[in-house]
Design a protein around this ligand. Structure first.
Ligand SMILES: [Zn+2]
Ligand SMILES: [Zn+2]
Length: 481
């Protein structure tokens, strides 16, 4: 089964980066382990999959130094990123995208192999835990190895790492550092039960049955398409009526579509926002804030703490949605790449922006350039990853408009607390690196809470069209705050 020791100068196989069936030429012959190849289409490093003849992602030269040398064990088909390499070339319409995700038959061998992988991952983590005096790094590593934390920013499954890299990647994904270590235990211990339960299966067969794209308005074909993505769902609405009403007041002519994703966790979030949460959750938030020595924070939080502590409740819908956003992003990229529509505008709110961000990264991998403009409203994505934003902007033909408000305290607290106060969201502060295709718009004067972003969509569209954007000097000023 193993490809170790096998040498051939070039081979034809599917590539897990660009998903093309291409030639891969031998780049670095291995003395031990798998040979490294280079894909002729995307020019990135590949290695043979442990389970089949296709190519897994090899070391990512664009990743941060810590992860640069790691190759994936499994190809995109076997790690569950896509359902199959061989899929329809082109969909009749983007709303038919479920054809891309449908499994034709259960893959029993694959399931068995998964179980083996998950099992060995857990054992490694247990070893780490014992070896590291049960401290935060071990907990972080455990979470990482169970797959609960998904991928690193470099796109490597955290569960495929080991040792130092596993620990550091897990801490980075939780948003922790060695200093914040003990606090990680407090926040993570509640999650571990879930990680060993349903979440394991959920990660390894991570299928979001709710993912679909539906058409909201009839427009002559051939026109560009505008896709809306929500960040949480209210009980009463279908999810897109607010976008549609607002869109009617803009000058944008496009066929409208709504992208549904992770609807179960988004409904729980909407419920939590609507009702507030129990005193138990609040207490946990306060304890953690004290642990972190951020006493000043408690004063500033006020009533927001009750809304945002749903992050700590059982089920943890915010965290589940944060993780699901990667999967949804990949599916969205898939749908866009295979759709007949030539151009897209993507508009997202809150966690919906996170889905768009991952979709842009995936489109960049595949060298698909069909997205014209992107509008982020109160986005729940970290703002400081320069390499990531550079790559995301590279897959856009027009501009990424990032709209932020200093009054969006819910986002700020939910996001920063779930990242242990070490990362700030783009919906509260501008995207840091000055990149040509990204424009930051400060809408603090217009938007006074996380829940009101969408009701200002028409006005925001006009502001964007008028070209009133923040200057670089302004962005630098904000960076310092
Ligand atoms: Zn490739
Ligand atoms: Zn494979």
């Amino acid at each position: 089964m193993s490809k170790e020791g096998m040498q051939s100068h070039s081979l034809h196989a599917f590539c897990s980066w660009c998903l093309q069936h291409t030639e891969h030429s031998l780049a670095v012959p291995a003395r031990l382990g798998r040979d490294h190849y280079k894909c002729h289409f995307c020019q990135r490093r590949t290695v043979p999959c442990r389970l089949c003849d296709h190519m897994a992602k090899g070391p990512d030269t664009q990743a941060s130094p810590l992860f640069r040398r790691y190759a994936r064990q499994l190809c995109a088909e076997h790690d569950g990123s896509i359902n199959a390499f061989e899929r329809p070339e082109r969909l009749p319409d983007i709303t038919k995208c479920e054809r891309l995700f449908r499994r034709h038959r259960p893959h029993y061998l694959r399931l068995a192999k998964y179980t083996a992988y998950v099992g060995s991952g857990s054992l490694a983590a247990a070893g780490l835990m014992l070896g590291h005096d049960g401290g935060a790094p071990a907990v972080a590593a455990l979470l990482g190895s169970t797959g609960l934390l998904g991928l690193t920013d470099a796109g490597i499954a955290i569960s495929s790492l080991s040792g130092e890299a596993l620990r550091d990647a897990s801490l980075a994904a939780i948003g922790g550092s060695q200093a914040a270590g003990k606090a990680v235990i407090a926040s993570a211990s509640g999650v571990i039960g879930g990680a060993y339960g349903g979440n394991l299966a959920y990660k390894y067969h991570h299928d979001d049955p709710s993912f679909c794209i539906r058409q909201l308005s009839e427009v002559p074909s051939g026109k560009s398409a505008c896709l809306f993505l929500n960040g949480f769902l209210r009980e009463q609405d279908s999810g897109f009526s607010d976008w549609q009403e607002q869109h009617a007041h803009t000058n944008r002519g496009a066929a409208l579509y709504g992208v549904t994703w992770s609807s179960k966790s988004l409904r729980s979030l909407g419920f939590a926002f609507g009702k507030g949460v129990s005193g138990h959750g609040l207490q946990a938030v306060l304890n953690r804030a004290v642990l972190l020595g951020r006493r000043g924070l408690l004063r500033r939080l006020g009533p927001m703490a009750t809304l945002t502590s749903c992050y700590l409740l059982a089920g943890n819908p915010w965290h589940v949605a944060m993780v699901n956003a990667r999967t949804a992003g990949r599916k969205l990229a898939d749908a866009i790449a295979h759709s007949p529509q030539p151009s897209f505008t993507l508009a997202g709110h809150s966690l919906g922006c996170r889905v768009i961000y991952f979709a842009l990264l995936e489109l960049a991998n595949r060298r698909v350039c069909k997205v014209d403009d992107v509008i982020f409203l109160g986005g729940a994505v970290g703002r400081a990853n320069a390499a990531g934003w550079e790559r995301a902007a590279g897959s856009v033909r027009g501009t990424i408009h990032n709209c932020f408000s200093r009054q969006d305290h819910v986002l700020k607290y939910l996001y920063t607390s779930s990242n242990l106060f070490l990362s700030k969201p783009i919906g509260y502060s501008p995207i840091i690196p000055p990149i040509d295709r990204i424009k930051n718009h400060d809408l603090t004067h217009l938007v006074d809470s996380h829940m009101t972003w969408k009701s200002h969509y028409a006005a925001i569209s006009r502001i964007i069209e008028a070209g009133s954007s923040q200057t670089d000097a302004g962005a630098r000023h904000n960076e310092a705050t």
